[in-house]
Design a protein around this ligand. Structure first.
Ligand code: DER
Length: 236
């Protein structure tokens, strides 16, 4: 089974929790893509009816439009029945790192407005503690004086050997990546465990210039993990 097969297995399992008439948060990324495709397919087959999708990115919006999924937004539907989305890291307490695809702000807005948030991952995303993968922990910042914000973020986590880097459009280019909301992303890389996640989250959000970060703490209701040996479903 390839990693993409596992992503698809987790995604299809999550869609089994979708009922006709639901307002659905539609996630972003290569795993959530399979869930959105599956929802579109069931709608087309008439097996699902009266679904309203709330996309978490322009990319997902376009995918849903191409599948004929009726769409709306949080202004019209401030409460979402169910959201299905991927993650970059999942710890044993179902805390997440998200946003390596750059969509963390709209994802966090939609997923904090939903009654149930199902996370779909292949087993490679499971970690013992947030930051263990050594991969990016994204922070969305306003473009104004982003270097100042990046330096303050790096200083916040000096004890964990933090390095802050501005995300560029591609490895090669020096043009900053711009989010759907017109902001930049500063990626934080840690050498050590950052300790209490709630404290870390509060410290980041207190910095003027920071919009949001990629730690989704105590938000996931269910995590579906697809592995070589099968599917594991963890509930909060
Ligand atoms: O950027 C995001 O938040 C994505 O949902 C990410 O967390 C998971 O993306 P993937 O399914 O492509 O690994």
């Amino acid at each position: 089974l390839t990693q993409d097969d596992l992503k698809k297995i987790a995604a299809y399992k999550a869609v089994e929790f979708v009922e006709s008439g639901m307002v659905l948060g539609l996630g972003t990324g290569s795993t959530a893509k399979h869930a959105v495709d599956r929802i579109g397919e069931l709608l087309r087959q008439g097996k699902l009816k009266n679904i309203i999708g709330i996309p978490t990115s322009k990319k997902t919006h376009e995918q849903a439009v191409s599948l004929g999924i009726p769409l709306s937004d949080l202004d019209t539907h401030p409460t979402v029945d169910l959201a299905i989305d991927g993650a970059d890291e999942v710890d044993p307490g179902l805390n997440l790192v998200k946003g390596r695809g750059g969509s963390l702000l709209r994802e966090k807005m939609v997923e904090s407005a939903c009654k149930r948030f199902i996370v779909i991952v292949d087993e490679s995303k499971c970690v013992h503690f947030i930051g263990e993968s050594g991969l990016a922990m994204p922070v969305e910042v306003v473009p104004f004086c982003w270097k100042f914000s990046a330096q303050r973020l790096q200083n916040l986590f000096e004890y964990a050997g933090c390095v802050a880097k501005l995300r560029t459009e591609k490895e090669s280019s020096s043009r900053p990546f711009v989010t759907d909301n017109g902001n930049f992303i500063v990626d934080l890389y840690f050498k050590e465990d950052i300790g209490d996640l709630k404290i870390a989250s509060d410290k980041i959000l207190r910095l003027a210039g920071v919009v949001e970060h990629g730690m989704f703490l105590d938000m996931a209701s269910t995590v579906i993990v697809a592995g070589e040996l099968g599917i594991t479903i963890k509930h909060k």
